[in-house]
Design a protein around this ligand. Structure first.
Ligand SMILES: *Cc1c(COP(=O)(O)O)cnc(C)c1O
Length: 410
């Protein structure tokens, strides 16, 4: 008899986006003639940069010839890509990394979900709330999150609220946490931390021997030169933080699949007897055992992002999404709504008027304005009373959606 991992049974059955899909389907059946504008999706819509396409075609041709064919590559990624990453994403910010500190992967969801493999099951975890659901659910699956309580929180998770009351700046908790997830620029709130605010967390981690798992998937959307792109811009962070990056939102790779994770050599965790163990060597062991590398064609596409043409092309796409964000922010504010984010991230976090709950506001906007968002409470208890809109849509749709919302709220 094969016994199942019963921790999976603790996960709430229905998933946020399937609940939303059901509500949209109901609307469509009862309103077959109305067209909907979807601003709920967390997926990009613009095609890959021509530089990436060109690199992929070339790589495919190499695979077609015996002399240039490639089989298994290094599990950690090819040096050509790792070197491009270090040279472009880190060296210009004064961060020195060696090739063996960068692990190329098939994306940040896998890595943020899998990193728990190298950490004991009984660590305490902390998250800012609301948050990207993968961080908590992947801990639930190994029993690390504890049990789900009536207030919608897991018993072994410290929730650090980020709301308009504290300007979305997470307050340093008064107890220590073993593992802390930070995501900046943030999904879902679209907010950022300044260098000073991020430094407070690095200092907390160094004082409390906390491991920070820093998700920088939206780094490319930062417009303000004062906002840090990497946690390693903060002194001491190499001793306490792992950083996750993704080409998904940076370069439209959601369907191509490529990202990378930085695990510095000086970063350690402890054994029960207090011995310090390199997390870099544990992650290397984990990856070489359970992961067989990102495809060569994909890594060539990722490398092309760093070519002069590639850089320019992906910047244009980011600018397109960020001009959507601007149109939306202005439109929503003109409709009398309070809007957060959207300045250094492709997400707008909208406070529902008159204290209306997330799901109620979602349904009203669906039925009365025919615009789809994502209920904030789906990202955690502190998301109640907000709705998330994304800037990944078509510009004309964004403009039209703002007209509809303005008319609806008048
Ligand atoms: C989209 C997203 C990612 C990227 O995931 P991939 O697996 O690389 O596509 C990572 N973290 C957050 C918070 C995201 O929203």
């Amino acid at each position: 008899m094969a016994l199942v991992n019963e921790h999976f049974l603790k996960l709430p059955g229905s998933y946020l986006f399937s609940d939303i899909a059901k509500k949209i389907n109901t609307f469509k059946v009862t309103h077959p003639k109305q067209d909907l504008i979807r601003l709920g999706i967390g997926d990009v819509t613009q095609p890959l940069a021509p530089a990436c396409i060109e690199a992929m075609h070339k790589a495919v041709d190499e695979m077609a010839k015996k002399e240039t064919f490639r089989g298994y590559g290094p599990e950690q990624g090819y040096d050509f890509l790792i070197e491009a990453i270090i040279k472009n994403d880190y060296t210009p910010r004064g961060i020195q990394l060696s090739n063996s500190e960068v692990f190329v992967s098939d994306g940040a969801k896998s890595d943020t979900g899998n990193i728990g493999d190298i950490l004991r099951h009984d660590n305490s975890i902390g998250v800012t709330d609301p948050i990207y659901p993968v961080y908590i659910d992947s801990n639930v699956m190994v029993g690390r999150a504890g049990v789900l309580q009536e207030d919608g929180k897991w018993s072994n998770v410290v929730y650090i609220p980020c709301t308009s009351e504290n300007d979305f700046i997470p307050e340093i908790p008064d107890k220590r946490i073993d593992i802390l997830y930070l995501c900046y620029p943030n999904n879902p709130t679209g907010t950022t931390l300044t260098k000073e605010q991020l430094k407070n967390w690095v200092d907390y981690a160094l004082e409390n021997d906390t491991l920070i798992l820093f998700d920088a998937a939206y780094e490319a959307y930062i417009q303000d030169p004062e906002i840090p792109h990497s946690i390693y811009e903060i002194k001491g962070a190499k001793k306490c933080a792992i950083e996750f990056r993704s080409f998904s939102k940076t370069a439209g790779f959601t369907g191509v699949r490529c990202g990378y994770t930085v695990v510095p050599k000086e970063l350690t965790g402890a054994t029960l007897t207090g011995e310090r163990i390199s997390l870099n060597s544990l992650w290397n062991r984990r990856q070489t055992t359970k992961f067989n590398g990102t495809s060569y064609i994909t890594q060539r596409a990722a490398e092309a992002i760093y070519s002069p043409a590639g850089k320019e092309q992906i910047k244009q796409t980011v600018n397109y999404y960020m001009s959507n964000a601007k149109i939306m922010k202005e439109g929503l504010e003109a409709a009398g709504l309070k809007v957060f984010g959207g300045k250094n991230a492709p997400y707008l976090w909208v406070k529902n008027p008159k204290g209306i709950g997330s799901w109620r506001f979602f349904e009203q906007m669906l039925y009365e304005a025919n615009v789809v968002g994502t209920p904030g409470v789906g990202f955690g208890p502190s998301g109640e009373g907000y709705i998330r809109l994304t800037a990944f849509g078509e510009q004309n749709d964004c403009i039209e959606a703002m007209k509809r919302i303005k008319k609806w709220l008048k």
